[in-house]
Design a binder for this molecule. Structure first.
Ligand SMILES: NC(=O)C1=CN([C@@H]2O[C@H](COP(=O)(O)OP(=O)(O)OC[C@H]3O[C@@H](n4cnc5c(N)ncnc54)[C@H](OP(=O)(O)O)[C@@H]3O)[C@@H](O)[C@H]2O)C=CC1
Ligand SMILES: N[C@@H](CC(=O)OP(=O)(O)O)C(=O)O
Length: 370
């Protein structure tokens, strides 16, 4: 099968580098276009990027030249699938421009996650929200571009653990307290003198994002819009001196009673994508670790090649019903890996540009996927 051409916006950053690492030998996608800020445009990737991953920068990528950050500069060469790893202020301007030019923008940023016609997706949880993208202007006017987002890095790990519980027991209320790695703040990120030997109990806008995204992700698509889950969610977010891996302590109240065995069964039986054979989907999205002192970032962050959430310390809660701890890789499952998996599901659902079919009905235009 010929690989689909893809581009990366924000290719030199923390998440951009992960995109390169995950896509360079991807069986379905081929990186043909890279862009970052105006400061980097025109430079060789190797000269513009401070590569921080523990695998080498791919030699082919090192020689690629960073393009201007606009779809108008050379429309011919801009691929129709763009993975975007931009700060949200920059994303607000650039992502709609690429969508308007006919590109599928698979975004990491928070800029449009809560926008009504933009799907916010974790494929194992709510791939059925993706047809919401057919309501976006650039799809409706026939250009075929759109924006699809993946959640905040804490919301992804959390909702993977919650989804099987919501399905079986219903979630009424939840309290979550996070311990977030420094790589979550990008590069160079948090100054070492602020974080070494320290905990910083504030991450701008993080608690608000986590609280609202959970209810959109676990909501249901009614054919026109997303009905939010009416659960009460309260979050505390903290930065800790860990390099990769966000840890979250969760206390939860269900609408129906749940035993320990039933909760463990809900997690271990949660394998919604297995039959689709997607290259980036982990075999077990949620892995329960029985040891009394796990999960731990140093030991568990790469579970499922960084795409699985590890849960542990399940015990009864004297305030709510149950409490547990989870861990998720913030730049793999929490960012680039999530976006790549979104693109794989879009391909499977025939929702990538060129796959979406338009049929005329009366005066209007009806859109169906192939
Ligand atoms: N780090 C993480 O764990 C996670 C991050 N995210 C989100 O992903 C996005 C990227 O984060 P991260 O990689 O950490 O950030 P970084 O600061 O590490 O990288 C930012 C990237 O954006 C580029 N950039 C800056 N300004 C522009 C511009 N005007 N036009 C085009 N490109 C520009 C930079 O290019 P240059 O090198 O030229 O400056 C760089 O490639 C953010 O929205 C972040 O919130 C989401 C989940 C997790
Ligand atoms: N804010 C997160 C990372 C992140 O970029 O989140 P978001 O994608 O919601 O902006 C952290 O600092 O760990």
């Amino acid at each position: 099968m010929e690989r689909r051409k893809v581009g990366i916006l924000g290719a030199t950053g923390t998440v951009g580098q992960r995109f390169i690492q995950l896509l360079e030998s991807h069986p379905w996608f081929e990186i043909t276009w890279l862009a970052a800020s105006e400061r980097s445009a025109g430079k060789r990737y190797a000269d513009a990027c401070r590569w921080k991953l523990d695998t080498p920068m791919p030699a082919r990528i090192a020689e690629m030249v960073l393009q201007p950050n606009t779809p108008a500069a050379n429309t011919e060469e801009v691929p129709r699938i763009i993975f975007a790893a931009l700060d949200s202020d920059v994303a607000k301007e650039l992502e709609p421009a690429f969508a308007e030019a006919g590109c599928a923008v698979i975004s990491n940023s928070s800029a449009f996650r809560m926008t009504e016609d933009v799907p916010l997706v974790i494929p194992e949880v709510n791939a059925d929200h993706l047809p919401l993208l057919l309501q976006q202007t650039s799809v409706k006017n026939g250009k075929g571009g759109y924006i699809v987002t993946n959640p905040n890095c804490c919301a992804i790990g959390l909702v993977l653990a919650l989804a099987p519980l919501q399905e079986r027991f219903g979630i009424e209320a939840m309290f979550v307290s996070t311990m977030q790695a420094v790589s979550g703040a990008g590069y160079p990120g948090v100054p070492s003198l602020d974080i070494l030997g320290n905990v910083v109990p504030f991450i701008k806008n993080e608690e608000e994002k986590l609280q609202e995204e959970v209810n959109k992700l676990l909501g249901s698509f009614n054919g026109a819009a997303i009905d939010m889950l009416p659960a009460k969610v309260s979050a505390h977010c903290n930065r800790v001196a860990v390099i990769d891996g966000h840890t979250e302590c969760v206390s939860i109240k269900f609408t129906k009673p749940a035993t320990r065995e039933e909760i463990l069964a809900a997690w271990s039986e949660f394998q919604p994508l297995t039959q689709h054979h997607l290259p980036s989907a982990p075999e077990h999205p949620v892995i329960f670790n029985e040891a009394i002192d796990r999960p731990q970032p140093r030991l568990d962050v790469n579970a499922g090649k960084g795409m699985s959430t590890t849960v542990g310390r399940l015990r009864e809660c004297s305030l709510f019903d149950w409490k547990f701890v989870l861990l998720s890789h913030n730049t793999v499952r929490g960012a680039a890996g999530a976006a790549v998996l979104n693109a794989e599901v879009l391909a499977k659902m025939d929702l990538l540009p060129g796959q979406i079919k338009h049929t005329q009905t009366g005066a209007g235009r009806e859109l169906v996927s192939a």
